[in-house]
Design a protein around this ligand. Sequence first.
Ligand code: UFG
Length: 330
Amino acid sequence: MAVLVLGGAGYIGSHTVYELIEAGRDVVVADNLLTGFRAAVHPKARFYELDIRDGAALDRLFKEEEIEGVIHFAASSQVGESMVKPLKYYDNNLWGTCSLLESMVRNGVNKIVFSSTAATYGLPERVPILESDRTEPINPYGETKLAMEKMMRWLDKASGLRYVALRYFNACGAHPTGLIGEAHNPETHLIPIILQVPNGQREYIGIFGDDYKTKDGTCVRDYIHVSDLAQAHILALDYLLAGNKSDVFNLGNGIGFTNKEVVECARKVTGHPIPEKILERRPGDPDMLVASSEKAKSILGWKPKYADLETIISSAWRWHKNHPHGYEVE
Ligand code: UFG
């Protein structure tokens, strides 16, 4: 039996495929390659180029392969873009997931682990955030991810789908082998953008706002290494395969760093002065997002290995230094 990874050519998906293969699992990857990269797919995974909104293509895949469970990363994931193009998020994230779940029901596959997000909480009532805290997204990205969670909850009641929603905080870092890493076009995330400065691709890092209610006025985020996220998906899938009930888990390190602290740490790792400029606030940014991941630790047995920010940024730096243009061939 194989594990089907949808969006397995993307950042977190490709790292999860590597961990699955290292753990000896048989892996099938499907991706429409709109934002993912064929080169990011592990050579031992069987690859299908398809869009999850294409139910007939999914049906063919489920007939050709024996799938025991699905790990679903195939979604649009940029907060800023979602504010400008909300319908793209409803189409790709919600309709895409609806099409996928319909095909899973048709083909008798009833276990799914999927990417949710800290953006489901909106402006948190407190930090660290618990899974039971209020969910009131402030952007279409978080809204569609929360709706995906709810879609699965109703399908669980109606037809016995078992799901685990993993609410990630800030994914970062790169695979320890240096073979795969973060590559978005355009890049919007803080750590890869900071690293463009020592890589000679940008003169300074612009920090969005320094009047937030935090210790130095810049936003606080909880940075979690992508390989730790990948491990959590395997644990969650095995949890479902063992017959456990549907559930929702936060995934973060539980430590918040301000944007300025992240820049400072990158200076230390790269040895570059990395000049910074304070810019206007970016719409849709909450002051502080820090996870409580106690539930994932106690129920799934998850143990993040890369809690230290310096280690995380070092792994990212190794990737970006060696692949300044991501997967694109120069
Ligand atoms: N930032 C800058 N300058 C930049 C880029 C980012 O100051 O050039 C700041 C942002 O304003 C924010 C922090 O760095 O304060 C982190 O921003 P990212 O874009 O790296 O990450 P986000 O926290 O906005 O988003 C991440 C994921 C989303 C997820 C969200 C949960 O990318 O998918 O966490 O809130 F929804």
